[in-house]
Design a protein around this ligand. Structure first.
Ligand code: ATP
Ligand code: MG
Length: 598
């Protein structure tokens, strides 16, 4: 991991003010002053904790998206910065929706982002502990078996303005509850016939405390435990106890769990592993250490980005309805999609740093995400030339067999990136849009009879425009000014424009996928006027064209990013790119074209 660990206490006044762009990784860590890191600092300074433990708890029911990256950077980042550890815990308490495919993909995504976990756990590792904890609650009179149907439970629950009513089963004896709960566990009852509920307060202003369910009957095969369990713990119970079992010090989650915090604390306090070590016996038997401690839940605001959807339900539908080409479609906000689009781990971490951590809900403009990628690629991506919409240019004053290799720097601002050879010959491809027969005002590129500089090769003049019978331009003929060649006296002669080019004989034909934002509107979640996100899809979000790239781009390994000069940032497609059949995805343009669209 890249961030060095550093002392637990930092005097904010002693931290130099710096921007993310010019900071070293250590300085970047030092400038993070959000309220969660402040709590962690205080807890270390006061001696409340001597070591930090966090966890990232995804439910394996889908692929990770960019919103998850915020939680990941926070959970793993804090552990890293404060010399602690972070666990990866799959919250697999809902077997009907979960799948080992997602378990693997989530691990791959975390590694790709550059994080590693101290321990890989599943909530299902603790099913036996949860069960013993539930029996303890029953014995304490803190839980009861309820026979109300789901619908009746809703009726009894009350509303935001009215208190709920006690279940008629609330006063069952401990013996009866224990007997019924054991029979639930033995599989004697049908799905939904009974629940185990916490006995808290049906009049609480917080509906989560109105005797919430702790266990439900669900005879579904689980991806880890098979058919061993006909009952499954509810999220709030499992999550709180999972944190406690692992000795998580700071349990970081998004704001929608704020109202669940009293229940979280209730579960942790009532079960109280510190005074009931026998509950942890099953863990020790299965080789897991006893690390139980009292965790503290802290909430932060979710990452929201416009021009995209992040709900798993909608992402599943986009894939299922074939509105995109799978989970890793380069237009998807999944980490797999972003990766295939050419987003780098550094660009995503930069985004999360920029957005910061707070309790304020906000929507981040998509252009901020794009700017982070541009910033990373501008600094690190080698330059290449490519022609997306080719027009032939023949330099008539060069011999038919003229071939030379020009030396180009790989990066204009980074000499250490080295140089490469680019073949130059008599017949070239240039970009069709770099020529105008009738130029608009302010035109700086090629016109009939005009001059333009070919990047790194010299200045040419357009002598002749050749058209087909339909009147379309099919070829330009021109001459290269020999005095303007690199190293010659006239090399610095002023001309208005510089264009890129490729030697036609050497260029490699390539598929170039021109991606744009998946949605055409800022808020695709807007369901007014009966619309859904399906109605807001951007019809121009994917265009595939045949173009050409220079040999040094074609030869690149999949997932290599380049700046194609004057065109934007492109990445060799992870799945489809081959040197003999290159495929490049446009990751992002050279500048923001959306904010100016109005
Ligand atoms: P769902 O519960 O609808 O299946 P989820 O997005 O909550 O989806 P989880 O797998 O439960 O998915 O999320 C794992 C962690 O990621 C949780 O701690 C959650 O709070 C966090 N997370 C999810 N979405 C975002 C987001 N947009 N911004 C920040 N954190 C998020
Ligand atoms: Mg969730």
């Amino acid at each position: 991991m890249s961030h060095p660990s550093r002392p637990a206490t930092v005097d904010p006044a002693a931290v130099p003010v710096t921007t993310v762009q010019d900071a070293t990784p250590a300085m970047q860590a030092a400038v993070k002053q959000d309220f969660i890191r402040q709590i962690v600092r205080d807890d270390l300074a006061s001696g409340k904790h001597h070591a930090i433990r966090t966890r990232f708890p995804p439910e394996p029911n889908g692929y990770l998206h960019i919103g998850h990256a915020k939680a990941i950077c926070l959970d793993f980042g804090i552990a890293e910065e404060f010399g602690g550890v972070c666990n990866l815990r799959f919250d697999d308490t809902n077997p009907a929706k979960e799948d080992p495919e997602f378990v693997q993909a989530i691990q791959d995504d975390l590694h790709w982002l550059g994080f590693d976990w101290a321990n890989l756990r599943h909530a299902s590792d603790y099913f036996e502990v949860y069960y013993l904890a539930a029996e303890k609650l029953i014995r304490q009179g803190d839980a009861f078996v309820c026979d109300l149907s789901a619908e009746q439970v809703r009726e009894y629950r009350g509303t935001l303005t009215e208190p709920g009513r006690n279940s008629p089963y609330r006063d069952r004896s401990v013996e009866e509850n224990l007997d019924l709960f054991r029979r639930m566990r033995a599989g004697e009852f049908a799905d939904g016939a009974r629940t185990l509920r916490a006995k808290i307060d049906m009049a609480s202003g917080n509906i989560n405390l109105r005797d919430p369910a702790l266990y439900r009957i669900k005879k579904v095969t689980h991806q880890n435990t098979g058919d061993a369990w006909p009952i499954y713990p509810m999220y709030d119970f499992a999550h709180a106890l999972g944190d406690a079992v692992e000795g998580i010090t700071h349990s970081l989650c998004t704001l929608e769990f704020e109202d669940h915090r009293p229940l979280y604390d209730w579960c942790v306090d009532k079960v109280d592993f510190a005074h009931s070590p026998e509950l942890l016996q099953p863990l020790l038997a299965s080789g897991l250490p006893n690390e139980a401690a009292k965790p503290r839940q802290i909430e932060f605001s979710r990452l929201n980005i416009n021009y995209t959807v992040m709900s798993k339900r909608k992402l599943v539908a986009l894939v299922g309805e074939k509105l995109v080409d799978g989970w890793d479609d380069p237009r998807m906000p999944t980490l797999q999609g972003l990766r295939r689009r050419g987003y780098t781990p550094a660009s995503l971490r930069l985004l999360i740093d920029r957005v910061g951590i707070s309790k304020q809900n906000s929507v981040i403009d998509f252009s901020v995400l794009e700017a982070c990628l541009r910033e990373d690629l501008d600094a690190h991506a080698p330059r290449r030339m490519a022609v997306i919409d080719p027009l032939k240019l023949v330099l008539t004053n060069l011999p038919e067999d003229h071939v030379e290799t020009l030396t180009f720097p790989n990066h204009p601002k980074d000499e250490s990136a080295g140089t490469r050879g680019v073949p130059f010959s008599r017949e070239l491809w240039i970009e069709r849009e770099d020529f105008a027969e009738v130029p608009p005002p302010g035109w700086k590129r090629l016109i009939p009879g005009g001059d333009v500089r070919l990047r790194g090769a010299g200045i040419i003049r357009c002598d002749e425009v050749i058209k087909n019978d339909a009147g379309e331009i099919v070829e330009l003929r021109g001459t290269l000014d020999p005095e303007s060649r690199p190293g010659m006296e006239g090399a610095n002669r002023k001309v208005k424009g510089t264009i890129h080019w490729l030697s036609a004989a050497h260029a490699k034909a390539a598929e170039i996928r021109l991606y744009d934002r998946l949605f055409a509107v800022a808020d695709p979640d807007d369901e007014s006027e009966g619309k859904t996100y399906r109605d807001y899809l951007n019809p121009d979000s994917k265009r595939s064209v045949r173009g050409y790239v220079e040999p040094a781009a074609a030869e690149a390994a999949p997932e290599t990013s380049f700046q194609f000069e004057r065109l934007g940032y492109f990445v060799a497609d992870r799945r489809d790119h081959r040197s003999d059949a290159p495929v490049f995805n446009r990751s992002v343009g050279l500048r923001d074209t959306w904010t100016t669209k109005g």
